[in-house]
Write a protein that binds this ligand. Sequence first.
Ligand code: HAM
Length: 453
Amino acid sequence: MARKPKIKKAKEVKKAKKTKALISKKPVVQKELQTLRGMKDILPGEQKYWFFLQRKAEKFFIGSGFSKIDVPILEAKNLFVRAVGTHTDIVEKEMFSFVDLGGEEVCLRPEATASIARAYIQHGMINLPQPVKLYYYGPMFRHERPQAGRLRQFWQLGFEILGDGHPAVDAETIILAFNFCKELGLNTSVSINSIGCSSCRSKYTAELIDYYQTKKKLICDSCKKRLTKNPLRLLDCKEEKCQSVKEEAPQIVDWLCEECKSHFVKVLEYLDEIGIPYNLNPYLVRGLDYYTRTVFEIISEEREEEKQDSLGGGGRYDDLIKFLGGRPTPACGFAFGAERILQVIKKKNLPIPELEKPMVFLAQLGEAARRKILTLFEELRKEGIYPASNLSKDGLKPQLEFANKLGVKFVLLLGQKEVTDGTAIIKDMESGAQEVVNFKKAAFEIKKKLANV
Ligand code: HAM
């Protein structure tokens, strides 16, 4: 008998918990409608970081004599198959490709260098004064296994110098990438190698294959495949069991022809000249087939501590434009992963400027005031002021609360009395002071006040 009310109480508690859970639960998007794996929304709270990076890039690259280029996100699949290479991970496993409604094989760009080489040929940029210096900022797509700093849609900030084969251009590319990081407040180092030209590289790969054939029993299955399909990538293997084999492997620098050797030495001398720290990395080969001679990556100290991938990579690609049908045009370039840069900026807690806020809020009380205030949008716009508002709200309190949240400096307020009198109230949100002004002069008065902020 005594237990009955207790049961009732437990039920009530359970019911209350359920109600609370229902109230506090976020609306759920059905699983199949959520963002795809490895793809992310960039929400308003994140935007200040993205604006920061974009503005820094604009200032830095335009100031350094580059022009911005935007190439399509969707391109012919064959462009990347040919440029990046049939036996690369990108082409073999990672392309978001499909047949479009017109029956064409297309793909979401996995990178932008091939597109820029295509644009260089297509728009006759060879006729411009050389070198042509271009930079870009946009999303790329690779169907990789998502993990920290590795997404399926990610943004690259990249730049290319087309039409100049001088080793000083390789050094310039490295200096630009290094200095851009410095400008952001990141500590980085450069990992560098030369993979020679097609002629010395083919002699080297023959030697590499011979060596690995004798070690076949000791290497992983992927390396066994690389041995026949893409031998240079043997040097990129991270598998524990392949490391000792790799350490004993012939090194490409010993196989460079005289021209490639002298080119590489000059690049290093230029870097020494200006004191850019670099590590010679005989295993750096990069994952795209178009490279010739200098290849390099920028490593951030913070990411290196966590053994994460590089912030960005690039190199020379002297054969690509000819290979895609253009005239022989040497070129060199580099791309950062934007998410990786932002990851380090956040980790280091570097100061990022807040986004601009609206300065003025238009508040109204009553239908007549609402109608009248609509005319102020145009008046203020003419003065170069873009006001915020919440026109569906009737009460003053919720509108002022909203204005407060936005952090505006002034509220321009109109009620029934002001409509009748032909006036408006300007409220200073910091001091709370209010001033009645002539409605017709309201836009001008606001502008005057903003000029003194
Ligand atoms: P990449 O090394 O393939 O080179 O990519 C450059 C950078 O993009 C990487 O270092 C990394 O920061 C970022 N990245 C690559 N894949 C992902 C991913 N799945 N998730 C997040 N970030 C990623 C290129 O793409 C060449 N086009 C660079 C270049 C320009 N070479 C000459 N010019």
